[in-house]
Design a protein around this ligand. Sequence first.
Ligand code: SDX
Length: 429
Amino acid sequence: MSDLKATLTVDGIDGAIELPVHEGTIGPRVVDVGALTANGMFTYDPGFVSTAACESQITYIDGAKGVLLHRGYPIDQLAEHSDYLETCYLLLYGELPDKTQKEQFVRTVHNHTMVHEQIRTFYNGFRRDAHPMAIMCGVVGALSAFYHDSLDISDEHHRQVAAFRLIAKMPTLAAMSYKFSIGQPFMYPDNSMGYAENFLHMMFGTPCEPSRISPVLAKAMDRIFLLHADHEQNASTSTVRLAGSSGANPFACIASGIAALWGPSHGGANEAVLNMLEEIGDVSRIDEFVARAKDKNDPFRLMGFGHRVYKNFDPRAKVMKQAADEVLAELGMENDPLLAIAKRLEEIALSDEYFIEKKLYPNVDFYSGIILKALGIPTSMFTVIFAVGRTVGWIAHWNEMISGSYRIGRPRQLYTGYAQRDYIPLDQR
Ligand code: SDX
């Protein structure tokens, strides 16, 4: 840590409070405010806009430049040259694997793709029209009821087994939530297939005939998982860290991340984007919706636009947009009406003073849904796909915290309620 200092003077407090300033490898410096409590004060930062909640070495985002690095590697290079499981290895262990390491990692993931047969009965407890994210919240948390040999967070081997189980089983559980909703039999994983190919097999295969998964679609699916793998201290990752800080088991922590991801301001936005594009319906109605997005009296927001950190293009959106063009062209759907609406909406929004002034650009969720729809994935499964991809990021951050020194996360507050007052008996109220 550096010897830099910040000096704070506060009305009513004699003298100045010296606060250490720490510098990272790249990115903003941080002021260590721990000494404020001794001076009877807290920082106040609703939504954690200016708060660094932890130290991390996994992912770096430069919001102004639209840069995203995973262990130093730019997301566009990983999307171009890597694959999801290799990126999982990088996020978990900090380095790209060599050939042997990669083969071993993939083989270990394959050894964990099946789920306990009894978990299948959990699905029968849900209504057929249950949202798949509701099912995922339930069944992922329930994994801790089955895998007792990977719950001891103090045991590195337990943590590693839990990581492999979660990365390997999320596609299986996700596909099961889809099959359940359409009344089709669950498909077992086929470990002769790649990660994304296997997921599409479990989603769209049936016991009646061999699966024929297009390599182009499998590559597109893999790239979507890769682009969603991690994103620093976002809301769901911060939820996983907070849950983990209490010592909760890894399955419970990941289930908390799934719950936090579900919201339309976060991972639920990809589903909301498709619903929005379908509601717009035609390029002629775009101006109406852009006007609504700018109207302070209208709660409508342009879904898939804006970001707490990116005040430039989300680099993932750029890759996703290119992938959308490639996949739809491959499928002979280049004239897809929703893609046309999305592209026109992007053009209009990016030339509109409101969006320029507020630095609102397309984010990762804006184009992902168009690809997922082209792959035949139902809209209700979009956030589930996001959760599958993000599971490795949640685990990497959870493990980075648990394997280091940490304390239970316990924020304080600015209290503006009543000062102490005495109880009033009922007959005197
Ligand atoms: C993800 O954090 C991550 O890294 C998340 C994520 C990841 O990989 O984990 O990147 C994934 O969650 C992407 C974001 C998906 N959400 C959406 O697309 C939903 C639409 N976007 C917004 O709701 C919003 O932009 C957020 C939630 C993404 C960011 O919210 P902030 O940072 O709290 O910004 P804000 O709500 O304070 O907005 C700032 C201003 C406001 O206007 P003023 O009150 O200053 O006048 O911009 C306006 C907002 O009204 N604004 C929008 C807008 N987003 C922000 N106006 C219209 N349409 C929008 N989409």
